[in-house]
Design a protein around this ligand. Structure first.
Ligand code: ADP
Ligand code: ZN
Ligand code: MG
Length: 493
């Protein structure tokens, strides 16, 4: 079998979080359930109504552009993309063609071609019987579209993972910037994947800066692409790409390469398959032209780009590096904080109080396993104050409580934010590290367990733990098991 290289290019739409719609004063409210409430002559396309661009939406796109290292256009404009469908009452969608707001940039190892701004369409409901309904609440909601350059991969697996990672990272950036809710299930973020496969290794040069002619050559080495839609989760992005790459490879292997045609395919979640939807329109069919009703934009004059760049929040990529460097915690822990920045901020507060790197790791362990575990079974619990949580970790670090006691105390302070030292004292959970007293108890246990002692002396390491267990029982858990073990080893020498 020949080796086939999949190529992926992504087109990702995200509804922007603004007060009003893109070109009118209607409320931009994705949670409005009553149909046709947030509408006006502009977004209903009444004749003579004039659009006015929403500055907040443009600013949001610029923020995303700055966050991914893209170039913000000096000159930008809106174009009409003409087509007929009941979800687009004007007969055209206002979009951007030649002069997108952002060009270039890079995210998760993939090159970004552009980010432009357009208006969302109305919502058609086809599931009500033998007629269709149109809800214009969404018509004219600001929508950004990010397009990536095609990227060549070695395997279907690698391609699928890279695409979903890219989409996840973009979603994080949109959250961190506060520009979109980007919930895929709700359609606030929609991923379309362009997929092709090629057996020509020259295609790989596309991933390198090879200059224009090298690039042309690499592009001509790519296979015919299809565009896959209806991807409502990161999992379906991965599965659809794998399915599509494998489908194409199979056709090529069977000598049926001419059955791969440029088309739009849908992802059928229940069948876990893609299916042909329609042959793709060429751009010429849309007859793009600049919208004469809208002003041209000089973005470098209208926005203070340096100030905007300086005011960007700390983004996930830098936060990962800082967490790694400052706290040395596990990658999974870092991801937990990246995905839940409020949890991350709490962790940082705890660490600030602890002021010790090795305890930061212990604290992180208790947060990502024990605290998250408690939260899973009881979603209503809250973070205890950083002060009390830090105190818990300190007690543990100083060996004043056992890890068992720490877990029990944690379960208490998430319900009732109290001092762990106070709880430990009241509930008799403080461990004694007093070897003198322990020695006495240990000797008693040794005397009463001749058989276990013989087992231990005969080489059964496990037997020692049984003795430690008995000491713990005898001291009602207040002994420090590590110390108890040492005392036993000492006495049994
Ligand atoms: P179209 O003219 O069909 O819209 P574009 O060149 O604008 O195509 O690209 C649309 C998307 O398809 C981009 O994300 C691009 O990276 C991707 N793409 C282009 N060619 C290929 C290919 N051969 N295989 C996979 N993706 C591709
Ligand atoms: Zn309106
Ligand atoms: Mg295109």
């Amino acid at each position: 079998m020949a080796k086939y290289y999949p190529t992926i290019g992504l087109e990702i739409h995200a509804e922007l979080k603004t007060n009003t719609k893109m070109f009118c004063g209607c409320k931009n409210d994705p949670d409005e359930e009553r149909p046709n409430i947030n509408i006006c002559p502009v977004c209903m396309a009444h004749p003579g109504a004039l659009p006015v661009p929403n500055k907040q939406a443009i600013e949001n796109v610029i923020k995303v552009g700055l966050a991914i290292g893209g170039k913000i256009a000096d000159f930008s404009e809106f174009d009409r993309k003409n087509y007929f469908y009941p979800d687009i009452p004007k007969g055209y969608q206002i979009s951007q063609y030649k002069y997108p707001i952002v060009s270039g940039g890079n995210l998760s190892g993939m090159e970004v071609t552009r980010i432009h701004l357009e208006e969302d369409t109305a919502n058609n409901k086809h599931d009500r019987g033998d007629f269709s309904l149109v809800d214009f609440n969404r018509a004219g909601v600001p929508l950004m579209e990010l397009v990536t350059e095609p990227h060549v991969f070695k395997t279907d697996e690698e391609a699928a993972k890279a695409a979903s990672n890219f989409a996840k990272e973009l979603q994080l950036i949109l959250w961190y910037l506060g520009v979109s809710e980007a919930n895929m299930e709700k359609g606030e973020m929609r991923v379309e994947a362009n997929v092709s496969v090629s057996d020509n290794i020259k295609a790989f040069e596309l991933n390198q800066p090879v200059g224009l002619s090298g690039r042309m050559e690499a592009i001509s080495a790519l296979g015919t692409k299809v565009e896959v839609k209806n991807l409502n989760s990161f999992r379906s992005v991965e599965r659809a790409i794998k399915y599509e790459v494998d489908r194409m490879i199979k056709l090529l292997e069977e000598g049926k390469g001419d059955e791969i045609v440029q088309e739009t395919r849908g992802w059928d979640e229940s069948k876990q398959k893609t299916f042909s939807q329609r042959k793709k329109e060429g751009n010429a069919d849309y007859r793009y032209f600049p919208d004469p009703d809208l002003p041209k934009m000089k973005l470098h004059e209208a926005f203070d780009l340096n100030k905007m760049k300086n005011e960007l929040p700390e983004l996930p990529s830098l936060k990962r590096v800082r967490y790694q460097k400052d706290f040395g915690i596990k990658d999974e822990d870092i991801e937990a904080y990246i995905n839940d920045p409020v949890l991350g901020a709490w962790f940082e507060e705890v660490v600030k109080i602890l002021n010790a790197k090795d305890l930061a790791k212990v604290a992180s362990n208790y947060i990502t396993t024990d605290y998250i575990g408690l939260k899973k079974s009881k979603p209503e619990i809250k973070y205890p104050s950083a002060k009390n949580f830090a105190e818990l970790i300190s007690l543990l670090g100083e060996n004043k409580i056992s890890s068992r006691a720490a877990k029990d105390i944690l379960a208490m302070i998430v319900e009732n934010d109290e001092s762990p030292l106070k709880i430990a004292t009241e509930k008799n959970l403080l461990q004694s590290n007093d070897t003198g007293a322990l020695k006495e108890i240990a000797q008693k246990i040794i005397d009463a367990n001749a058989k276990v002692v013989a087992d231990y002396k005969g080489g059964k390491e496990q037997a020692l733990m049984s003795l430690v267990g008995q000491i713990m029982k005898e001291t009602k858990g207040s002994a420090n098991p590590a110390v108890a073990k040492e005392v036993l080893i000492d006495l049994l020498k």
